[in-house]
Design a protein around this ligand. Structure first.
Ligand SMILES: Nc1ncnc2c1ncn2[C@@H]1O[C@H](COP(=O)(O)OP(=O)(O)OP(=O)(O)O)[C@@H](O)[C@H]1O
Length: 275
């Protein structure tokens, strides 16, 4: 009998290409320079980060350090000044359906229904599927975010929290390899924020899409993540520290808050941000 070697088990094959299994997203010596009237501003320099398959990482750092810049470069929406970014070994050269983005404001088409908004992405990515199959995908994710009663409501008629639910459904529905979230709950009240964190993590527990989420909320960073990545303050920001969150999954907010390690984690992050 052929027993798989450790090497075989630790690789991942897609389209006939073998990749190191664990690395989904690789940021290598990443640099970003913005031209400004006063000269060049080096936001990020020598930033190295590897994010694994099925990993959920949260990113924290002071305002203006370059978190959105980094995420938008991963999304392919912001040109890279130096170094490189790759997804499963493929260099990022622009936006693509392998990366789904959830922004702070979901930017839905206001005159379109919740279903039509989700269908926009699904139609593009699954153009080979039938109309019924595409509708089923969109409906499945709208159901998952608790909007089964609002398929046909126009986006403009939805509350901010409901709009962000559509944003979450839209991102998951295109089945990306990497989900990029830029403070997706930053504009919501704390109750809605908690509800949407629960919805996000419930879908994620099932789909395990590699996720990278920026947040300013230390508790959110701990609750959702396998690792919290701390960025140094700019200019020339890089990764300053990394905290592994060893809580079991699936986890509930109650489990996390009652865990003896919770306050150690919290203290670690707050100490980093205060120094
Ligand atoms: N297009 C641009 N041109 C020039 N400077 C820019 C541009 N976009 C961002 N910056 C500057 O780059 C720095 C990093 O901005 P960025 O939005 O990435 O930070 P951030 O960490 O996401 O901030 P926040 O937490 O406040 O959202 C800031 O000083 C910002 O003013």
């Amino acid at each position: 009998m052929n027993t798989p070697t450790i090497k075989e088990q630790s690789t991942y094959t897609e389209n006939g290409i073998i990749y190191p299994s664990k690395v989904m997203l690789d940021l290598n010596k990443l640099k970003k320079v913005y031209p400004t009237p006063k000269g060049e501003y080096v936001v990020l320099e020598d930033l190295n980060l590897q994010i694994m398959r099925e990993e959920f990482v949260t990113i924290i750092g002071h305002s203006g350090c370059g978190k959105t810049t980094m995420l938008s470069m991963i999304a392919g929406l912001n040109p890279i000044s130096g170094g490189n970014i790759s997804v499963l070994g493929n260099p990022v050269k622009g936006p693509g359906p392998d990366r789904g983005v959830i922004f702070q404001s979901p930017s839905l088409m206001p005159w379109m229904t919740a279903l039509q908004n989700v269908m926009l992405g699904v139609d593009q990515v699954f153009s080979h599927a039938t109309k019924v199959q595409r509708r089923d995908i969109a409906k499945y994710y709208l159901h998952k975010v608790g909007l089964e009663g609002a398929f046909h409501k126009k986006a403009i008629e939805l509350s901010q929290g409901m709009q962000q639910r559509v944003g979450i459904a839209r991102a998951f529905a295109i089945k990306p390899k990497v989900l990029l979230l830029d403070e997706p709950f930053g504009m919501l009240d704390s109750l809605t924020r908690g509800e949407l964190q629960d919805i996000l993590i419930e879908i994620w527990n099932k789909e395990k899409i590699t996720a990278v989420m920026i947040t300013h909320d230390v508790d959110e960073a701990i609750f959702l993540a396998d690792r919290v990545i701390m960025m140094t303050s700019g200019p020339k920001a890089k990764i300053g520290d990394v905290l592994n969150i060893n809580f079991e999954r699936p986890r509930t907010r109650k489990d996390v808050l009652e865990h003896p390690d919770y306050y150690q984690y919290r203290k670690h992050l707050i100490d980093f941000l205060e120094h």
